[in-house]
Every structure is written in structure tokens, then in C-alpha cells.
Design a protein around this ligand. Structure first.
Ligand code: SF4
Length: 346
């Protein structure tokens, strides 16, 4: 059993079943979350005999970090080998006053976006809740061990995979990450990024609304379906409507990720439609100039084209930023993550 996959109430139950007081479960929850323990022997407020017993019953070993690479701007990639030998990636990104950790939710991805290398590798399996949480523990331990000055404050589910297609494990991970007696991440600092699985967005809205980002990439159905095959099932209009109804924390905006692909989705017609779709104060747009890669048939727009696209949206009252290139350009929509990691590190 992976204790990192258990919510607090489940740990309490487990300790009762072990014949221990339930508050021991709370102590262990505290240690394996915000104290990032990797051994029961660290848990000095537990009796020695209990620590030994727990060590015999459970393991707190983390998946192995087989590679850590840091870019000049401080962006750090972890290649993490799971128990079955599959490798996933997490990325620690320095921001002005904190770090953001970008975590994976699947091995590979079933969506197959045309501008994404993860999409080309196909889908292997969902990550377990424990594997999702382990990435956070690895990131936090790294920040502590390296004595980095900024706190790891944001978690974005933007790595490999489509988080909402691993819904139950994602939901459990979100609950563990937000629990005040554990990691205690505010919901607005947990961002779920999706290509727009509408029925799951509605479910998340009811179950556990967090910050939301949608990878739109095209304002027209036909173009979007060319770029994101699963979009066949969801129209742009329906997706935007569902997002408008999504409960937003303290009126924070929903992020619309838009990869700029030269000559594909950067013309005036696209900008105009995007401005119509997103009018109001619900959304903010994050433009992501595509980073060319030899295996992908797209080009990056010129700086003038990028700025003109942004200017058009800004002039129509749409809050629009251009993702700054930070060596790795790692803050891409999920799709570019792997492409950028590969081009930067290989
Ligand atoms: S862009 Fe995201 S959703 Fe699309 S294939 Fe890549 S990882 Fe999957």
C-alpha cells in the first residue's frame, strides 16, 4: 500500500485497523506530506516500536530520480523512473517570488495533439495518486536540499498527459495537496490544465473546483479538430460555455492557453473570433509562441506577428500575455512541455 495515496481520513482508518489510535494516522499524514518524510524513522513523535512496525509493513521510498537538469534560468527538470520502469517528467520553474512545479498525470498521452511530442509517443497508462503526490514530494525535497530561496507554492497539472482523463487519481491528489493538515496548498494555487474534456470539467466544478487552464489553440472547430483530435467530441462554443460556468476562486480568471503556430492560427480571422469568444472578464489568454522542433511540422511566428496578435486582443479588452522565453520555455501548454524539454536537454 502506498501511504502517499491516502487521504487523512483513510490514514486514520488504517491506524485504527492496525490497533493504534487514529491520531497516529494524522501524525503520519503530516510527516509524509508537508514534512516530505521518506522513512518512518524520521517521525520522532511516534514511539520507536511503532516506527519499526510501520517500516516492516509499508515503504515510503520515492520513485527514483534518474536525471536532474537545470537550465541557466533555474528551471529544473526531473526525469523520474516509476516502479514499472516507465519514465515521467516534472519541471520546477522559478517565478518572481515562488517556484511552480509542473507535474505529469499520465505516462504518454492519448490526446495526440499535432504540435506535441508527448502526443506522438502514444498513451501507456495513468499515474496512480501516489505517483502524482511523489512528484510534489520530490520537488519540495529538492527545494529544501538545495536551500533554494523561494518556496514551492504552485502546482500545475500540465506535464505529460491529460489530467481529466485520469480523473479519480487526480481528484484524490488534489484533495491531499489542499488538505490544511498536510501540504495545505490553496486551491487557487493548484491548476488543472485540460484540452477540454467537458463532462469532466463539469464534474470537477462540483467535486473540487481549483484553478483551471484550457488548451484552446484554435477558435474554430475545424481547425481545432485538426490540431487536437479529441476536439471532434467537443465544440469550441460548448467548451467556452462550460468554462464560463466553472466556479472561480475569488473571481480569478480561467487561463486560455494558445500555442501560436505560424500561418495556422495566427491570422486576423482567428484573433477576431478569439476576442468574440472570450469577451468579458472570465478569461485571460496566455500566448505561447511555438518552439520549432525537427519532428514537428510547425513554425514559430515572427515577433511582429506575435505582438500584433496580442495587441489585437488587448485592444478588445482581453487580458493577454505572451509567455516569456526562459531558456526552456517550459511554461508551455502541456503539449509543448516534452518538446521543449527534449530540444533543450538532448
Ligand atoms: S498537448 Fe497535452 S493533451 Fe495534447 S498530446 Fe500533448 S500532453 Fe497530451
Amino acid at each position: 500500500m502506498d501511504l502517499r495515496a491516502l487521504e487523512l481520513h483513510e490514514l486514520r482508518e488504517l491506524f485504527k485497523e492496525l490497533g493504534e489510535p487514529s491520531y497516529r494516522g494524522e501524525q503520519v499524514f503530516h510527516w509524509i506530506t508537508c514534512r516530505e518524510a521518506i522513512s518512518f524513522h524520521e517521525m520522532t513523535d511516534l514511539p520507536k516500536s511503532l516506527r519499526s512496525r510501520l517500516s516492516e509493513l509499508f515503504s515510503l521510498e520515492l520513485p527514483e530520480v534518474i536525471e536532474t537538469k537545470t537550465d541557466v534560468d533555474g528551471t529544473t527538470k526531473f526525469a523520474i523512473k516509476l516502479k514499472d520502469g516507465e519514465v515521467i517528467e516534472s519541471v520546477l520553474i522559478p517565478e518572481r517570488d515562488h517556484y511552480t512545479l509542473c507535474v505529469s498525470t499520465q505516462v504518454g498521452c492519448p490526446i495526440g495533439c499535432k504540435f506535441c511530442l508527448t502526443g506522438t509517443m502514444g498513451f501507456k497508462r495513468n499515474l496512480t495518486t501516489g505517483e502524482i503526490i511523489s512528484q510534489v514530494v520530490i520537488g519540495r525535497r529538492y527545494v529544501k536540499e538545495k536551500e533554494l530561496e523561494l518556496p514551492l507554492r504552485n502546482i500545475v497539472f500540465m506535464g505529460m498527459g491529460e489530467p481529466l482523463l485520469n480523473y479519480e487519481n487526480l481528484l484524490k491528489a488534489l484533495k491531499i495537496l489542499a488538505h490544511p493538515k498536510g501540504f495545505n496548498y490553496s486551491k487557487k494555487r493548484l491548476t488543472v490544465s485540460t484540452v477540454g474534456i467537458i463532462e469532466k470539467i463539469k464534474k470537477l466544478a462540483k467535486d473540487f473546483p481549483t484553478a483551471l487552464a484550457i488548451s484552446l489553440h484554435a477558435p474554430f472547430d475545424d481547425l481545432r479538430r485538426e490540431l487536437i483530435p479529441i476536439a471532434v467530441r467537443y465544440s469550441v462554443k460548448d467548451l467556452i460555455e462550460v468554462c464560463r460556468e466553472f466556479p472561480r476562486i475569488k473571481n480569478s480568471r480561467i487561463t486560455v492557453e494558445y500555442v501560436l503556430l505560424r500561418g495556422i492560427n495566427t491570422d486576423l480571422k482567428c484573433a477576431k473570433r478569439l476576442a468574440e469568444l472570450l469577451k468579458g472578464k472570465v478569461f485571460k489568454v496566455n500566448l505561447i509562441p511555438f518552439n520549432p522542433h525537427p519532428e514537428l511540422p510547425f513554425e514559430r511566428p515572427t515577433e511582429e506577428e506575435i505582438e500584433a496578435f496580442q495587441r489585437y486582443l488587448l485592444d478588445r479588452g482581453i487580458l493577454t500575455t505572451i509567455r516569456k522565453s526562459k531558456g526552456l520555455n517550459i511554461r508551455a501548454a502541456c503539449g509543448q512541455l516534452r518538446a521543449e524539454i527534449q530540444s533543450a536537454f538532448n
